[in-house]
Each structure stands twice: as structure tokens, then as C-alpha cells.
Ligand binder design. Structure first.
Ligand code: CA2
Length: 150
């Protein structure tokens, strides 16, 4: 049987990772992160499906589609974290475990970054650990997926 697939979604501006603002977001590119995740997934018995969009509706559509085909969601929604009720509704409707990731520690930044529409519906939230946060999220997701099928 094929390994369960986790959808990893990155929201607006995260395609700039490693190319701008390295002091906040680090020097690793999104392509590097996606390679790291594909490598980390194999020994965990998972596959990853990594996608990035600058468009809220596209992220919503992907969450809707994941319901039938994927075992979990790892999402860094970027600024939509703090604004998008539509994305939260789509994740809720997907009925899949969610782990929310942020590169930066959003609680050490401006107060408008302290509220997340996704956190209340997430199994867990990782922030402030840079790109390592995605790998930690995948490890945690492996346990969650295992527990769901057991
Ligand atoms: O810390 C995170 O991962 C954020 O989700 C990043 C968002 C920000 O709006 C959130 O509050 C926290 C911003 C993404 C911008 O990504 C860039 C990456 C490199 C260069 C420029 C922007």
C-alpha cells in the first residue's frame, strides 16, 4: 500500500524564503524546505505533497481537495493566518489533522501577529524554530496518522 500523504501548504510570500529578509526568515529556500520534507517523510512512512500559493482561494480549494486524498495538513498560512476565516472553514471541513507552522515566533512580534484563526482547530502549533519547524511538524504528524489508522 502507498504511504499516506501529508499536504504541506505555504501561503503568501513564502515563495520568497531564502531570497529576502534572512534576518527574520532565514537563508533556506522553499525548494530546500520541500526537499528536506521529502527526505524526512520516507523513514516516517509518509509522502509529502508540498504546495505554495499567494492566493487565498487556491489554498482553500487545496484544503477542500485534501479531504479525499490526504492524511493530514501542515500549514504555514503566512499572513492569512491572522485574517482568513475562509481558510479556517476549509480546514475544518477537510476533517484532517492540522499542524500549524510559523518560521518566526509570532508572539515575539507585532501584536497583530498574535492571533491565529487556525490555532484553535490545530492539533499543534510550532513557531519560532525556523525551517526545522516543518520537519518537527512532519514527525508529529507521523504519530498522529499512525494513531488514526491503528
Ligand atoms: O513566521 C512565519 O512563518 C509567518 O507565517 C510568516 C508570514 C507572516 O505574515 C506571519 O505573521 C508569520 C510572512 C511570510 C513572508 O515570507 C517571506 C519570506 C522571506 C522573505 C520575505 C517574506
Amino acid at each position: 500500500m502507498a504511504d499516506p500523504t501529508v499536504m504541506v501548504l505555504n501561503g503568501p510570500n513564502l515563495n520568497m524564503l531564502g531570497k529576502r529578509e534572512p534576518a527574520i526568515y532565514g537563508a533556506t529556500t522553499l525548494a530546500d524546505v520541500e526537499r528536506m520534507l521529502a527526505d524526512a517523510a520516507k523513514p516516517l512512512g509518509l509522502a509529502v505533497d508540498c504546495r505554495q500559493s499567494n492566493h487565498e482561494g487556491e489554498l482553500v480549494t487545496w484544503c477542500q481537495q485534501a479531504r479525499e486524498t490526504h492524511a493530514g495538513l501542515i500549514i504555514n498560512a503566512g499572513a492569512y493566518t491572522h485574517t482568513s476565516l475562509a481558510l479556517r472553514d476549509a480546514v475544518t471541513a477537510a476533517e484532517l489533522p492540522l499542524i500549524e507552522v510559523h518560521l518566526s515566533n509570532i508572539y515575539a512580534r507585532e501584536s497583530f501577529r498574535h492571533h491565529s484563526y487556525l490555532s484553535p482547530i490545530a492539533a499543534g502549533v510550532i513557531c519560532g524554530l525556523g525551517v526545522q519547524g516543518y520537519v518537527l511538524a512532519l514527525q508529529a504528524m507521523a504519530e498522529i496518522v499512525k494513531a488514526h489508522v491503528a
